[in-house]
Design a protein around this ligand. Sequence first.
Ligand code: PLP
Length: 436
Amino acid sequence: LLTNELTELDKKHFIHPTSSIKEQQENGPAVILKEGHGVYVTDINGKTYIEGMASLWNVNVGYGRKELAQAAKEQMEQLAFSSCFATFSNEPAIRLAAKLAEITPGDLSAVFFTSGGSESNDTAYKLVRHYWKLKGYPNKTKIISRKKAYHGVAIGATSATGIQDFQNMTTALAPEFIHADTFSADSVREIIEREGAENIAAFLAEPIQGAGGVNIPPDGYFQAIRKICDENNILFIADEVITGFGRTGKMFACEHWNVVPDVMLIAKGITSGYIPLGAVVLREKLHRDLIQLSEGTLLHGFTYSGHPTACAVALRNIQIIEEENLVENARLMGEELHKQLKMLQSELPIVGEVRSLGLIGALEIVKNKQTNERFEKKLAPIIIHEARQRGLILRTVTFGDADTIVFSPPLVINKQEIEKMFQILRDSIIAVMNDE
Ligand code: PLP
């Protein structure tokens, strides 16, 4: 089909996720992608872009991996799908659960499979409440999450999310979620004091907030959180949906602060986006307690929990991450990315704060670096539009007064590609500055 035919069909029939329905209807899709290789994607007109976001922070091993296509093909031919309900199991799911137990920190060791990050979140909320109920604490139901957090779009995950715009989209949220200040252990303490530890099931946080603007915690914060949770009999859930599988220069971001959560949520990078999959990983003690205390059936399971093809792709994906030392590459290339961010900051008058850890980063567009004053009209969306014209895909965060550009390239990126990415960004910022 020709571009304009596809555009018309898209406008008529395709409701895009997280997009402006009206704008979509008026203009159709800006880019229709066709193929990808390494850090590059190409649209149906043959224009090539550096994917500076690894799509949605997830294509960690880069595009065009024939090994992953091969793993899917082999598994589909052998046993594409089978249920894991009741007593059924399959080899890829078993081997992946064991592999996740091996690579996640500490004694995280028992895995419940989902199809993505939102399902991992809602599953965790139900599981921790179920756990406390079995332990004899049916009132431990509240979950403390944080302002600027993003946990997905299922009703629980939306309620845990701390970005108001996502909550405003609908009218009734799930109860029992409380939002603490983003990096304040004191704010968590105050909430516990006010609500009572006997009513709180869990504290939930992304080690680095992604959609909220790549917010990196100060050292000491998560160590303090771990201590508070232990002292108050509150479970700590780490949402590593973005930060897992090497993104920050460690296999999991919690490792930067030597903190082991009670429950870890994963998705995205587990398959590098080649097929949908997520998981909830529990510490050994939690798993043991659940085994001891449960009676009857755990009435929670998705049709695709333990999908053999998805699990086979995940196993091969993790093998690539290990064999190609992509976690170390993320750390090393992360240093390059940070250098480039610092250079932009020193060269350009409208680049304010910059921050990054491994291959996840952000820069703030400001009118005045000293006072942090913002432009009246947000420039980040105009800059990334300009960058896209020039062959670089990036993303913005513009909630509240944020005017932020974020980065999350595939972990296979090299120094030349990072330099190219920042040259395009520099040119784009200068072009927009000259226009304003
Ligand atoms: N948790 C975090 C930290 C995320 O960034 C996301 C998605 O971006 C989710 C959960 C939701 O994952 P999904 O979109 O796969 O449902």
